[in-house]
Design a protein around this ligand. Structure first.
Ligand SMILES: Cc1ncc(COP(=O)(O)O)c(C=O)c1O
Length: 412
């Protein structure tokens, strides 16, 4: 059987290899501690589950939703965004529900790239950003993220010949896997660059709420200034990290992707949304119209409950990840592995000890084989991720401490 050329780059997948290594460790009787996936172990809130449960008994929710989701959902997302960032959003033309933000970021290249066009992607970066470009038969220019640049790309380093063929830039901060955050001034530079070079600017923003620093401290860092008070009585708190649309309030080139997977522990429910430039929203809607009819309406009703209901669960999740981060970092320091303390996300991005510095895949394969602790090799996120390993903080503190004990034995 013959398959398309665009499938070829998708055939090698480090994470599929890691899955096999995990299965082999389990089969060999190891007790697995899986820190390799950013899938929250925390539950969705009861009021969210209740909204979905009630929807199930309402037969009007059982049909197709078609292309736009529901008005109530679009309004809830727009109001949530306005409350957080102080920028007005038209729920009819500037919001699009998604079956998770991964679905949206992976489909968008089909709407903006012609075969052979370049997309400028962060390296290391989230694998589906590259996957979407490959599926659209595009080419990838990896923008290296280096520790000395605070894991921000340097736009001036992009070759002119690549820029001339580029249509799309994808950013994502707080960043998976490095956990870096970006100041508003960086987003302003990115918007100006994309306007100048006629690029669509995508910002994937799943970790908008998973930020740990004190408000004052971080506000100074992101120099975003005070946000206007809006008239929506939602209990959502202002964001500690900037949105790309704060740098592009006219929504001239930008589209931003949100998910309920992280803030509201709803990863399995598959619900996200895009907010941004109306033409981009319309183009993405056209791609999706050919592919899907949206998810079940009850999921959208659960999402409305999450976005407009009490936000205590978000705060509790952030506090949980913060405690886990502190415990994990402290334990690593105790065994002599010094890694910087991240200010956001649910990940620890650790530079490998010198012996392993050029072989993160072998490190992770051996680690899970010998100890049952599964982590993600930096190389799986791109060439510039080599030399690092990512730990996802998706277990309670005692389990994380056990993981570090096993890592210590492995390293010794
Ligand atoms: C950068 C990034 N984008 C998208 C996703 C997936 O989000 P969703 O569950 O909404 O598809 C993740 C999940 O880890 C992520 O880290």
């Amino acid at each position: 059987m013959q398959f398309s050329k665009r499938l070829q780059p998708l055939q090698s997948n480090v994470f599929a290899d890691m899955d096999r290594a995990k299965a082999a460790a389990l089969a060999a009787g190891r007790q697995l501690i899986d820190l390799s996936l950013g899938s929250s172990d925390l539950p969705a809130e009861p009021h969210v589950i209740e909204a979905i449960a009630q929807s199930l008994h309402n037969r009007t929710t059982h049909g197709y939703l078609l292309f736009n989701g529901t008005k109530d959902f679009r309004q809830a997302a727009a109001h949530w965004y306005e409350q957080k960032f102080g920028i007005t959003v038209d729920p009819e033309t500037e919001v699009l529900p998604l079956i998770g933000s991964q679905e949206g970021t992976a489909h968008l290249p089909l709407a903006v790239l012609n075969p052979g066009d370049f997309a400028l992607l962060l390296d290391p970066g989230y694998p589906s950003h590259a996957g979407g470009v490959y599926l659209a038969s595009g080419q990838i220019y990896p923008m290296p993220l280096l520790a000395e640049n605070n894991f921000l790309p340097v736009f001036a380093d992009i070759p002119a010949a690549v820029l001339a063929q580029s249509r799309l830039m994808v950013l994502s901060y707080p960043h998976n896997p490095t956990s870096a955050i970006a100041p508003l001034s960086f987003f302003q530079a990115a918007v100006a660059f994309c306007q100048q070079h006629n690029l669509v600017l995508v910002h994937d923003f799943p970790y908008v709420d998973l930020v740990f620093a004190q408000t004052g401290e971080l506000e100074t860092r992101i120099n975003s200034g005070p946000l206007p008070i809006t008239h929506y009585p939602l209990p959502v708190t202002k964001s500690l990290v900037p949105s790309i649309l704060q740098a592009d309030p006219e929504k001239s080139v930008s589209i931003e992707f949100f998910t309920l997977s992280k803030s509201y522990n709803m990863g399995g429910f598959r619900i996200g949304y895009a907010i941004g430039n109306a033409q981009l929203i319309q183009a993405l809607r056209q791609v999706k119209a050919a592919v899907d009819f949206n998810q079940y309406q009850g999921i959208l009703n659960g999402a409305i409950a999450a976005l407009t209901g009490p936000q205590a669960g978000v705060k509790a999740a952030v506090a949980t990840y913060c405690d886990r981060r502190d415990a994990f970092i402290t334990a690593l320091h105790r065994i002599g592995w010094h890694v910087p303390t991240p200010q956001a996300t649910m990940y620890i991005w650790a530079k490998l000890p010198p012996h392993w510095s050029q072989n993160s895949i072998e490190f992770c394969t051996q680690l899970v084989k010998q100890t049952g602790v599964a982590a993600s090799p930096g190389a799986g996120f791109g060439k510039f991720g080599e030399g690092y390993v990512r730990f996802a903080l998706v277990h309670d503190v005692p389990v994380l401490e056990t993981a570090v004990e096993r890592i210590a034995q492995f390293l010794s």
